[in-house]
Write a protein that binds this ligand. Structure first.
Ligand SMILES: C[S@@+](CC[C@H](N)C(=O)[O-])C[C@H]1O[C@@H](n2cnc3c(N)ncnc32)[C@H](O)[C@@H]1O
Length: 263
């Protein structure tokens, strides 16, 4: 019997599943050095508010006065794992919000991580963050080792989303929370047409002007259209084992913040 090859979406193109990662990697190699600037330009700074909502949900413990000696011995820092963490934005925000947090940033792209490492050094946060080159589908990390696992604007780029969710669940401690910030489906009448116009015309043009790569930004907007609706993604999270799964739409549905717990 002939074997049917598994295919998936790379933006609006159908590609063999095993080809997608290399195509995604090319996109982020190309834009790494201007990635953060483009985020501000494309979203008019809104990505900062969306990321703040994610950090509030992570709720890292605030810095406390030095504990007594015996408590100190048993205290362990709050451990954050930021998947597809790229240039480190989420990890920096969580570290700056909570005292004594340790962060691990995993990303498959060495160029994005190099920008992240330089930014961490510039902020004096390099002692609190470990940058790991790795695939969210097969994490080189032990079971049950993190209090929170986050992924922001990353999951739609991962070819095997179900595998990444299973891995996120595996490395979470019991009682830990998974939070995923991702572009979503517009739920405000009238906004969809405006958003489509902006996405397909303005963003690629901006990408060309700033990174000299319109195609990379065309992929980014197309991939948003191919990402599952929030209720379907919530179902995938339940299938991976997460409990108390919920999501919150923001900015008219432009993005959604998904949450699930390992209980
Ligand atoms: C849109 S960027 C998001 C970066 C960062 N989380 C942020 O919010 O600014 C997507 C990131 O996903 C990473 N990525 C794509 N596929 C991945 C995979 N299979 N495993 C880990 N990271 C991946 C890319 O290298 C890129 O850095």
């Amino acid at each position: 019997m002939p074997r049917t090859r598994e295919h998936t979406d790379f933006g609006f193109r159908r590609v063999p599943l095993e080809h997608k990662q290399a195509l995604v990697d090319d996109v982020f190699h190309s834009v790494a050095s201007r990635y953060d600037l483009m985020n501000d330009l494309m979203s008019g700074g809104l990505h900062r508010a969306w990321k703040d909502a994610l950090v509030t949900a992570v709720n890292p413990p605030r810095a406390r006065p030095a504990p007594a000696q015996e408590a100190k011995a048993s205290a362990r820092p709050f451990a954050l794992l930021d998947l597809a963490g790229g240039t480190g934005d989420i990890a920096f925000r969580v570290l700056e919000a909570g005292g004594g947090t340790r962060a691990t940033v995993v990303d498959i792209n060495a160029d994005m991580l190099a920008v992240g490492r330089a930014r961490a050094a510039g902020r004096g946060l390099d002692d609190a963050i470990t940058f790991v080159e790795g695939n969210a589908e097969a994490l080189p990390l032990p079971d049950r080792s993190y209090d929170a696992v986050t992924i922001a604007f990353g999951i739609r780029n991962v070819p095997r989303i179900a595998a990444a969710l299973t891995e996120a669940y595996r490395v979470l401690r019991i009682g830990g929370r998974f939070l995923c910030l991702e572009f979503s489906t517009i739920d405000v009448p009238g906004l969809a047409a405006l958003y489509d116009f902006y996405s397909f015309n303005v963003i690629p043009a901006l990408g060309r002007a700033v990174t000299d790569d319109a195609e990379a930004y065309r992929y980014l907007v197309e991939s948003i259209r191919r990402f599952p609706r929030p209720d379907a993604f919530a179902e995938m999270m339940r299938a991976a084992g997460f409990a108390r799964v919920s999501f919150q739409r923001m900015s008219g549905g432009i993005v959604a913040l998904h949450s699930g717990w390992r209980l």
